[in-house]
Design a protein around this ligand. Structure first.
Ligand code: ZN
Length: 261
């Protein structure tokens, strides 16, 4: 106890020091792992809220796909709970600002195709994690909307993130929205469609179905009640058709195996 207060006590030495990260965590100033998670979200361009962060982010030299300036590609193996391991690859170009991320399935194709249907009931459904593999197509039957297999490549994002990506892509690539080729009827329809997507994102259009159909079985929508069944999710595993095997290049592989045998 200091008996000379407020004067300096010659028997006491006070040393100021920077708190360590562990001390900050003990003090509740920093949530454990929060800094690393924020840094990973930054370099990977995805929210790493619900998967383990035990694997390091790896960095590779690459070239920007837009401006071709040397930049870094960041890669991380991620274990999605109740699903499987995937590889997230992200490129962030400091020169032109291009940001992109892509997801590759870690372990090849499943024996069956998988169709996952989410019945959207409220705004919370927008923040469900989804993995849309590079072979997956997306449907919203109530909006008469269906993408081709592989549209937008492999993505690890949220329901909202993917709907926003569709809007962006439709506006950028739909020729009916641009310049002289625009016709009132077509651009009007696309505008209406984007408005419908906005209503879904805002939680004002419920009861619609958001469907991922992946013949390779590598896509996923986060359950909010795992490991128990989620009443809003319907999962159907199915035998691939000949055409789907053809699209995935599997018929050729079988032929080769028969020849070798
Ligand atoms: Zn660039």
């Amino acid at each position: 106890m200091c008996t000379h207060a407020p004067n300096k006590d010659p028997q006491m030495t006070i040393t100021h020091y920077e708190r360590t990260r562990e001390q900050n965590i003990d003090l509740g100033i920093v949530a454990e792992g929060a800094e690393e998670e924020a840094a990973e979200e930054e370099v990977l361009g995805v929210k790493s809220k619900d998967f383990d962060s035990t694997q390091e982010v790896m960095h590779f030299p690459a070239n920007c796909p837009r401006c071709n300036v040397p930049c870094e590609t960041n890669m991380k193996v991620v274990n999605i709970p109740h699903f499987k391991e995937v590889v997230i690859m992200a490129t962030n170009c400091e020169s032109c600002g291009h940001r992109d991320n892509e997801v590759k399935s870690g372990g090849g194709m499943e024996a069956k195709g998988r169709k996952i249907s989410l019945r959207i009931e409220n705004r919370d459904d927008m923040s469900r994690d989804i993995l849309k593999s590079e072979t997956c197509s997306v449907m919203i039957p109530e909006l008469d909307f269906e993408t081709e297999m592989g549209t937008l490549g492999g993505k690890f994002t949220t329901v909202e993130g993917l709907l926003e990506d569709f809007k962006t892509q439709l506006k950028e690539t739909n020729p009916f929205m641009i310049g002289d080729s625009s016709t009132p009827e077509r651009s009007g329809k696309l505008g209406d469609f984007c408005k419908e997507l906005d209503l879904i994102v805002q939680g004002e259009k419920n009861g619609v179905h958001f469907i991922l159909d992946d013949p390779a079985g590598n896509s996923y929508i986060q359950s909010l009640t795992a490991p128990d069944p989620d009443a809003q999710l319907t999962i159907e595993d199915y035998e691939r058709s000949f055409e789907q095997n053809e699209d995935l290049g599997l018929n050729d592989m079988k032929t080769e195996n028969y020849e070798e045998n």
